[in-house]
Design a binder for this molecule. Structure first.
Ligand code: FAD
Length: 409
């Protein structure tokens, strides 16, 4: 039986950033990070891999290299929670007690909810930028396609990086345009949602690209089955079911709370995610438990950018609770989705709760609602560096927590 002052579940973007943030503030803190995976991934880079801009290995580093030096890494998966006794159980049966628990195991990609998809991923023209090993296959397919139908699907919300399904499409279209084959390819965007993008200010710029590339935009269409060898996809539509043939299918799976969270006392009744206050990120029933990143129930855009803003909030609030005080900082729901509309230009969506625009730059530097070259430089050059050297190390430029009242005003 182990005991640590702070236990963090998940060594992804949110878990590592939060651990580093807490240790920057209190270097002597005893933190254990529960993480079974030997590698850490910069998932925002996978869109660039699928677009032939990054090589896959630049998005992966050994987990050991991102673990804060003074944290204890427990190489095991968390299996269940016993919050009444301040305890978790790992998959090998070990139990750990804690003063503070921070839950950050991300979101689960539910590939199995689309019949036949898992059997054909990576073959028969079926791909997805949502997996490290498949993003290079997206670029292989795009590079070699000369004609036929290319379908890009988007599942119902919530998903991580809600713009990623269409980012894959725009970069593909741009490559086909460049090669002069776009007019021979029928591009369809089949989106389970009823709008192109959830925050209306960004839609006009995106629609211009939909038109320029000649994309057939189909809303309220959910991918439910794939026949890889037959190259057919089945969509549920308002009119019933439709079977469509394809040469290329970029599929994005539905996404849900990890099972061990959804089945636990920590889960929110409606979504299964860690049931937290959307401002303080403190659990609504267990004050010494916090949720951060994609696994939290707060209704922000699930992005690494959101985790970057949440980490210091959770850090200061959790340290306050550890000291017997109340959480004092508020998260404003910030999330960001750099929409790669063409190679070299990005529509930089940045917004918080209720779709409130929260741009990081004044409009004359970057107008996020318009395609900009500077936004592309941010995504392709600056953000990966900021991620590895700033966010994961607890250097919090521009994201210092504000006191609760100030943040709410
Ligand atoms: P993750 O980073 O996924 O980490 C979760 C960790 O928990 C993993 O290391 C996992 O191994 C571990 N874990 C899982 N189960 C257990 C368990 N039982 N016990 C212990 N550990 C466990 N974000 C942006 O900001 N901008 C973008 O442009 C962007 N584009 C994206 C494009 C794609 C294709 C994808 C897939 C994602 C993109 N994102 C983007 C989203 C971003 O990657 C996620 O929002 C971010 O990684 C969330 O961090 P997290 O720590 O919550 O989850």
């Amino acid at each position: 039986k182990l005991r640590h002052e702070v236990v963090i579940i998940g060594g992804g973007s949110a878990g590592i950033a939060t651990a580093s943030s807490m240790l920057k503030r209190r270097p002597s803190l005893d933190i254990a990070i529960v993480e079974p995976c030997e590698d850490h991934y910069y998932q925002p880079g996978w869109t660039m891999v699928g677009g032939g801009i990054f090589d896959a290995p630049v998005t992966r580093r050994p987990m050991a290299s991102v673990m804060p030096k003074s944290a204890t890494w427990l190489r095991e998966a968390a299996a269940s929670f016993q919050p009444e006794s301040n305890q978790i159980t790992l998959s090998d049966g070990t139990t750990i007690t804690y003063a503070i628990l921070i839950v950050a195991p991300g979101i689960r990609l539910a590939w199995e909810k689309i019949e036949g998809l898992e059997d054909t991923l990576g073959r028969n023209g079926v791909t997805s930028n949502y997996r490290y090993d498949l993003a290079p296959y997206t670029w292989d397919l795009v590079r070699n396609l000369k004609s036929g139908r290319a379908i890009f699907s988007q599942p119902p919300m919530p998903i991580k990086c809600a713009g990623a399904p269409q980012k894959a499409m725009y970069l593909s279209c741009d490559a086909w345009k460049e090669r002069g084959v776009l007019s021979d390819i029928e591009v369809q965007f089949r989106n389970a949602g009823g709008v192109l993008f959830g925050v209306k200010e960004y839609v006009p710029a995106l629609m211009e690209y939909v038109e320029t590339y000649g994309i057939d935009l189909k809303l309220n269409q959910t991918l439910i089955a794939v026949d890889g060898p037959g190259r057919k996809a089945v969509f549920k539509t308002e009119a019933g079911e439709e079977t469509v043939e394809f040469e290329l299918l970029h599929a994005v799976p539905p996404q849900v709370a990890p099972r061990f969270v959804a089945d636990s006392p920590l889960a929110s009744a409606d979504s299964g995610f860690v049931d937290v206050d959307k401002f303080t990120l403190q659990h609504v029933r267990y004050p010494n438990v916090f949720g951060v990143g994609d696994a939290g129930s707060m209704p922000n855009a699930k992005t690494a950018a959101a985790a970057r803003k949440q980490a210091p909030i959770v850090a200061v609030n959790a340290l306050a609770v550890l000291d017997g005080k109340e959480p004092w900082a508020d998260y404003d729901g910030y999330g960001s989705c750099p929409l790669t509309v063409e190679r070299g230009k990005i529509v930089l969506a940045e917004f918080g709760y209720d779709g409130k625009l929260l741009p990081s730059f004044p409009k004359w530097v970057i107008d996020g609602t318009r395609p900009r070259r500077l936004s592309w430089l941010l995504k392709s050059e600056a953000l990966p560096w900021i991620y590895w050297n700033g966010m994961l190390k607890g250097h919090e430029w521009l994201v210092k927590p504000k006191a609760r009242k100030a943040a709410k005003e």
